[in-house]
Design a binder for this molecule. Structure first.
Ligand SMILES: *[C@@H]1O[C@H](CO)[C@@H](O)[C@H](O)[C@H]1NC(C)=O
Ligand SMILES: *[C@@H]1O[C@H](CO)[C@@H](O)[C@H](O)[C@H]1NC(C)=O
Ligand SMILES: *[C@@H]1O[C@H](CO)[C@@H](O)[C@H](O)[C@H]1NC(C)=O
Ligand SMILES: *[C@@H]1O[C@H](CO)[C@@H](O)[C@H](O)[C@H]1NC(C)=O
Ligand SMILES: *[C@@H]1O[C@H](CO)[C@@H](O)[C@H](O)[C@H]1NC(C)=O
Ligand SMILES: *[C@@H]1O[C@H](CO)[C@@H](O)[C@H](O)[C@H]1NC(C)=O
Ligand SMILES: *[C@@H]1O[C@H](CO)[C@@H](O)[C@H](O)[C@H]1NC(C)=O
Ligand SMILES: *[C@@H]1O[C@H](CO)[C@@H](O)[C@H](O)[C@H]1NC(C)=O
Ligand SMILES: *[C@@H]1O[C@H](CO)[C@@H](O)[C@H](O)[C@H]1NC(C)=O
Ligand SMILES: *[C@@H]1O[C@H](CO)[C@@H](O)[C@H](O)[C@H]1NC(C)=O
Ligand SMILES: *[C@@H]1O[C@H](CO)[C@@H](O)[C@H](O)[C@H]1NC(C)=O
Ligand SMILES: *[C@@H]1O[C@H](CO)[C@@H](O)[C@H](O)[C@H]1NC(C)=O
Length: 840
């Protein structure tokens, strides 16, 4: 039977025409046609929507399309695709739609008003796109809507008041947008509402409307990270089906209503980071289903921790940090067999850690630092078999560390720093998975057990500020993961151990001991060393030239030891490309200062500063109290700003001239050559040290004039040229008007302001111009009583010697998270700018 040529031609055309020009001919029905037109408007769907075939009779078999029995499209459901287009607007053929899901599909544009013609719609999910504009009020005409998901977009404007018309609505999620205005009280009409989540809209403000009392079906109420203010309305306590209340990081004030205890279905209560006051009501003991309670960061929330909390036996997280709760930790906590995490740092808690805490067998994280806890660490804690984080630092804990802690095999992170703990470290075997272990600033004594060397995963080890006396020789051969080792300020004697395994060691601090002998050459194995601090010991050695093999070295302090000999001559190779802080002061070095020593300090030269803002040394192990529940974020207190560049070779016996090349170190902030036997002139090249804030050349044998060019050093805050043989007129103007006579004393040949001695010509006798810099409350213009609060490094180096603020002394360091230097610097800047008549 011959084929009908017409039929053949027709089928051929039916296939080929749409492919040639899909606008011309669709075989598919009108709904399919509308969908295809939308597909054509997209920029990204080629692969994803490949089965949207124009030759199909209906779109019913297409990806993401569901039809009813009449072959009408009722559902359009696409997720996790890169469609790169807009929400369809030409919906006239698709009015049967009951469900539209286009979430995580990279859509842009706005929520189209045209959606209002989808009268059958009961489910709309456009979440996680890049939609902008307002929520069209027309959406509120869709009276069958039950679920609306518009979260995680960039929607603006306010929540339409007409939302109250959607009386069928059960779910409303609008979080993570840029909505503003207030929550309309018409939500009181939404009697079927089960979930409302409007958090993470930081401009959403106003009160929580009391009309919410009508939403008796509500199970989830999310208003976190908004600017919603006022009190927690009592009406909420009537919503007996509530399971989750998320109000964290908003502006709520007033107290937590006692009636909250009526919400016996409640599982989550997060009220942290508000301005709540009063006390935690003891009615929370009624909340038998409560899993999470977080009320931290409400600094006026006080009172005792109610012992009834022990009745919340489902509790896994208890968050009380940064509140004013006081008194004891209630022993009833021991009933909480599911408790995993206690955040109770920085409160007013006192008394002993209850031994009952050891009954919380599921406990993983104990954050009790920065309180006034006393007594010793109860050995019962070892009952918390899964304990991982144990932070008890900055308390008044005394006694000895119970040996039972070694049973805690999961323990990773221990900070007992800044307490009154004494005795030896008792562990026969320390928990082997330890990563961070700090017991600094206590009263430990005796030997460090050599079992410490078995900690195969240890990265941070801090024994500083104790009375330990023996370094186990194996210490140089421990975990190759070790990053920071601080043994500073103890009574360690003997020689420094050999370092063999130290591939990741970044910082080695041995400061303030009685270590003697030479510096171990084995340190050349530690290729990642950035900080090497041997200050205040009895190391007897010549200058360690072999350090040039440590390319990452940034901080080198050999201060106050028995180093001797010359540091090298013009043939010596000094390659310290990253060194920014050099302290050789208080030793017995002698000989000339070779130019070469300064020639390759490239990190101190202009053009090598990261202009992108302040950087801190070390890895980014910061501990942000706001995002406290992100594990593994350790505090790194000793932030050393990488902008600090300092050379201190004071109190040695260096002789000869000051090398001119120092003028190339344009990033230098501090230079201290005082108390040596340096001769010759102050190099004019110093004019190029435009970042210099502190210059001390005192107690040398310098001759000649003070170069007038030094008046270009507009950053200079501290100048000490006293006790030299300088002569002539002291340069006048700019910064120089701020220095007092103390800067020049003991130079018999100097004259002019601020000295009383005149120069014998008119110039020098002129009274100085009125000071352009007003002394402010930092006493700055007066020079030397600028208070710098110093910590760890920065300190000793920053202005330490220039100003007589030695900090490596025996005093317990005060740990501060904020490096004050940064703040001071800004103040100085401001001062300086004002002096130039500028305002910033
Ligand atoms: C809307 O889609 C229909 C087909 O469903 C089409 O005929 C009409 O031209 C489209 N209108 C616009 C403005 O694109
Ligand atoms: C959306 O686009 C971004 C950038 O093009 C892409 O990284 C992301 O994976 C896309 N998202 C989805 C769900 O395809
Ligand atoms: C919709 O809500 C507005 C404002 O709440 C109200 O004035 C209007 O009468 C409502 N319309 C319908 C149809 O319910
Ligand atoms: C709350 O419900 C009551 C009783 O059902 C009703 O009278 C009142 O109008 C409702 N309030 C709002 C704001 O819808
Ligand atoms: C709600 O709590 C208050 C105070 O805790 C209590 O007096 C009251 O009886 C409770 N109401 C209901 C309905 O449980
Ligand atoms: C609740 O806690 C209190 C105080 O801890 C206790 O006396 C009481 O028995 C507990 N009630 C229940 C029902 O567990
Ligand atoms: C420790 O607590 C005090 C007040 O109790 C507070 O000022 C300080 O910021 C806290 N320190 C840290 C590191 O949180
Ligand atoms: C300890 O952790 C393990 C693994 O997560 C878990 O199976 C076990 O139940 C936990 N122990 C307790 C007492 O919670
Ligand atoms: C430290 O321990 C010693 C004994 O080892 C003791 O004499 C001294 O009082 C303790 N210091 C403090 C501050 O507890
Ligand atoms: C340093 O060591 C040498 C011998 O190695 C010795 O002669 C000298 O006395 C020592 N210096 C000090 C200050 O201990
Ligand atoms: C350890 O405790 C000290 C003293 O409170 C604190 O300064 C330091 O930041 C803590 N370190 C970590 C990583 O928790
Ligand atoms: C100082 O810097 C200028 C340019 O910034 C340069 O021309 C000059 O040679 C430098 N002077 C000295 C002494 O290094």
């Amino acid at each position: 039977m011959p084929l009908n040529p017409w039929i053949t031609l027709f089928s051929f055309l039916a296939i080929i025409l749409p492919l040639l020009n899909p606008f011309v001919a669709f075989a598919v029905n009108q709904q399919g046609e509308a969908l295809l037109l939308w597909k054509q408007s997209l920029n990204g769907p080629t692969e994803a929507l490949s089965n949207w075939n124009p030759t199909d009779e209906t779109p019913c078999g297409w990806l993401g399309i569901t039809c009813n029995i009449n072959k009408e499209v009722v559902e359009l459901e696409l997720r996790y695709l890169s469609l790169y287009g807009t929400v369809p607007t030409n919906l006239s053929s698709l009015v049967s739609l009951t469900k539209v899901v286009l979430s995580s599909t990279n859509l842009t544009g706005s929520v189209p008003r045209e959606i209002a013609i989808l009268h059958e719609l009961n489910y709309l999910d456009l979440s996680d796109n890049a939609l902008i504009g307002e929520i069209p009020s027309e959406i509120c005409n869709l009276l069958k809507l039950q679920e609306i998901y518009l979260d995680s977009n960039q929607l603006e404007g306010s929540i339409p008041v007409q939302i109250g018309n959607l009386t069928s609505l059960k779910w409303l999620t609008l979080y993570d947008n840029q909505l503003n205005g207030e929550i309309p009280n018409t939500i009181g009409n939404l009697k079927n509402l089960q979930v409302i989540r409007v958090g993470k809209n930081k401009n959403l403000k106003g009160l929580i409307p009391r009309e919410i009392r009508n939403c008796t079906e509500l199970t989830q109420l999310g208003l976190a990270e908004t600017s919603v203010s006022g009190q927690i309305p009592l009406e909420i306590c009537n919503l007996l089906k509530l399971q989750e209340i998320n109000f964290f990081s908003s502006q709520l004030e007033g107290s937590i209503p006692a009636q909250i205890g009526n919400l016996t279905s409640l599982k989550w209560l997060t009220l942290n980071d508000n301005q709540l006051n009063g006390e935690i009501p003891n009615t929370i003991g009624n909340l038998k289903n409560l899993q999470v309670i977080r009320v931290g960061q409400n600094k006026n929330l006080g009172g005792l921790i109610p012992r009834e909390i022990g009745n919340c036996t489902e509790l896994t997280i208890l968050g009380l940090a940064k509140t004013s709760v006081w008194g004891f930790l209630p022993p009833s906590l021991g009933h909480l067999k599911k408790l995993k995490t206690i955040f109770a740092y920085t409160t007013l808690l006192s008394g002993q850690i209850p031994p009952e805490l050891g009954d919380c067998t599921a406990l993983q994280d104990i954050y009790l630092q920065n309180n006034s806890l006393t007594g010793s660490i109860p050995k019962e804690i070892s009952g918390c078999r899964n304990l991982t984080y144990l932070l008890l630092n900055s308390n008044l804990i005394n006694g000895k560390v119970p040996g039972e802690l070694s049973h805690l095999v999961s323990l990773h992170f221990v900070n007992f720093s800044d307490n009154l703990i004494e005795g030896t470290l008792p562990f026969p075997v320390l928990p082997l998975h330890m990563v961070f272990f700090s017991i600094s600033s206590n009263n430990f004594s005796g030997e460090i057990p050599s079992s410490i060397c078995n900690l195969n995963f240890i990265k941070y080890l801090d024994f500083s500020h104790n009375h330990f006396s023996m370094i186990p020789p194996c210490l140089g051969n421990m975990s190759d993961y070790l990053i920071d080792l601080d043994l500073g300020n103890n009574n360690f004697q003997g020689t420094i151990p050999k370092f063999v395994k130290c591939n990741n060691l970044r910082s080695l601090k041995l400061t303030g001991n009685q270590l003697e002998g030479p510096m171990p050459h084995s340190l050349v194995n530690c290729k990642k060393l950035e900080i090497l601090d041997f200050a205040n010991n009895k190391v007897n050695d010549t200058f360690p030239h072999w350090l040039v093999n440590l390319p990452e070295l940034q901080v080198l302090s050999l201060r106050s030891n028995n180093f001797h000999g010359s540091i090298g001559n013009h043939k010596t190779k000094f390659s310290f490309p990253n060194l920014r802080i050099i302290d050789l002061s208080h030793n017995m070095f002698h000989g000339h200062l070779p130019s070469n020593f300064f020639k390759y300090l490239t990190a101190m030269m202009n053009g090598n500063m990261d202009e992108g803002g302040l950087q801190y040394m070390g890895d980014d192990y910061y501990y942000d109290s706001v995002t406290i529940d992100i594990k593994g974020n350790y505090i790194n207190v000793e932030k050393i700003q990488t902008l600090l560049t300092i050379i201190d070779i004071s109190n040695n016996s260096f002789k000869g001239e000051i090398p001119k090349v120092i003028g190339n170190l344009g990033l230098l902030k501090g230079l201290n050559f005082s108390h040596n036997n340096l001769m010759g002139h102050i190099p004019i090249s110093f004019r190029n040290l435009t970042n210099l804030e502190c210059l001390d050349l005192s107690s040398n044998k310098l001759t000649g004039n003070i170069p007038i060019q030094l008046t270009d050093l507009t950053s200079l805050e501290i100048l000490n040229l006293s006790k030299n043989h300088l002569v002539g007129l002291i340069p006048q103007g700019k910064q120089f008007n701020t220095f007092t006579s103390a800067s020049y004393s003991g130079n018999l040949g100097l004259c002019g302001f601020p000295l009383t001695k005149t120069c014998g010509n008119d110039e020098g006798q002129q009274p100085p111009p009125a000071p352009t810099i007003q002394e402010d409350d930092f006493g700055f213009a007066n020079g030397f009583h600028w208070k710098v609060v110093l910590l760890g490094y920065g300190c000793g180096f920053m202005f330490g010697l220039c100003m007589g603020y030695l900090v490596f002394s025996s005093e317990k360091p005060k740990y501060l998270l904020n490096i004050v230097y940064g703040e001071q610097r800004n103040k100085v800047r401001r001062l300086k700018n004002n002096a130039h008549g500028r305002i910033n």
